[in-house]
Design a protein around this ligand. Structure first.
Ligand code: 0L1
Ligand code: MG
Length: 265
């Protein structure tokens, strides 16, 4: 894996993604124009986007693991997980209304989020290291929003689009990791009163803590670490569900409470 794009191309492609994210419009996947783009090129564009957002005053809150369940990989036609950064501007309170007019094609998914109390770094982090460094876990709903036409992309393009990060809601009840079996947390997702998805947390790389270790190791390869106090979403437990104005979502997590969101134009 290596960077094939030059600095000028990285900045130009980043500006294309930033425009689509901030003004909510669709763009063709970047590999249409750059078919030889690598995963590392995708991260170079994502990290340029992070640099620009932080320069504009956004605060880095943590990271997410994306595409961590077999079901998600199958749904999106990719074969490896990815990571994306999370900022304060993407966070929404529990039981809030999320507007759809500033999103392209939002979908929701239920995740277990970890809040760390120690820095994790390097490229050999394990699930046990993650558990030892975790302050608590809480349930989360991620609202993903691919900016690519028809939600169709490949791994290189989706990484450049910050792994479809858009909004996230943490809530429910926080628990210490020794109070739970993190592999068997059951989740039910309801849309407008009907169950639309169900799953168990083992869908996430067998154990959500493995997904957080994957985030740390990928960050290590990319020259970054995960500081103490980070909020890390470990990946969708079920397939993502499309939402539109008027939809009410309730995500019920075994032992961790529930999160409600209303979507409006
Ligand atoms: O959080 C996720 O798993 C999303 C990663 C990107 C793929 C998608 O948009 O579904
Ligand atoms: Mg997700």
């Amino acid at each position: 894996m290596s960077i094939t794009l030059n600095r000028e191309e990285i900045v130009r492609l980043c500006e294309r993604v930033e425009g689509a994210q901030t003004r909510a419009y669709e763009i063709p996947k970047l590999t249409n124009e750059h078919p030889n783009m690598t995963v590392e090129d995708g991260y170079a564009i994502q990290f340029e986007l992070k640099r620009r957002f932080l320069e504009q005053g956004h605060k880095l809150i943590g990271w997410k693991a994306g595409l961590t369940s077999k079901q998600k990989m199958r749904q999106m036609g990719v074969d490896k997980p990815s990571i994306g950064f999370l900022t304060d501007k993407m966070a929404r309170p529990e039981n809030s209304v999320i507007t759809t007019s500033d999103l392209v094609h939002p979908r929701v998914e239920c995740e277990v989020a970890f809040v760390t109390k120690e820095t994790l770094s390097g490229t050999a982090c394990t699930a046990a290291d993650v558990l030892a460094a975790t302050d608590y876990v809480i349930p989360a709903v991620e609202v993903i929003d691919s900016r690519y036409e028809k939600f169709k992309f490949d791994l290189e393009s989706v990484i450049a689009d910050n792994s479809s990060s858009a909004r996230y809601v943490g809530g429910g009840r926080s628990r210490r990791v020794d109070e739970l079996d993190l592999k068997t947390i059951g989740v039910v997702l309801e849309k407008n009163g009907e169950i639309v998805e169900m799953g168990a947390s083992a869908e996430v790389l067998g154990d959500p803590a493995e997904a957080v270790a994957m985030v740390v190791n990928l960050l290590g390869e990319l020259g970054e670490e995960l500081p103490a106090g980070s909020f890390v979403m470990s990946g969708g437990i079920t397939a993502a569900v499309a939402v539109e104005p008027g939809d009410n979502i309730i995500a019920r997590f075994q032992d961790l409470g529930s999160i409600s969101i209303k979507f409006e134009e």
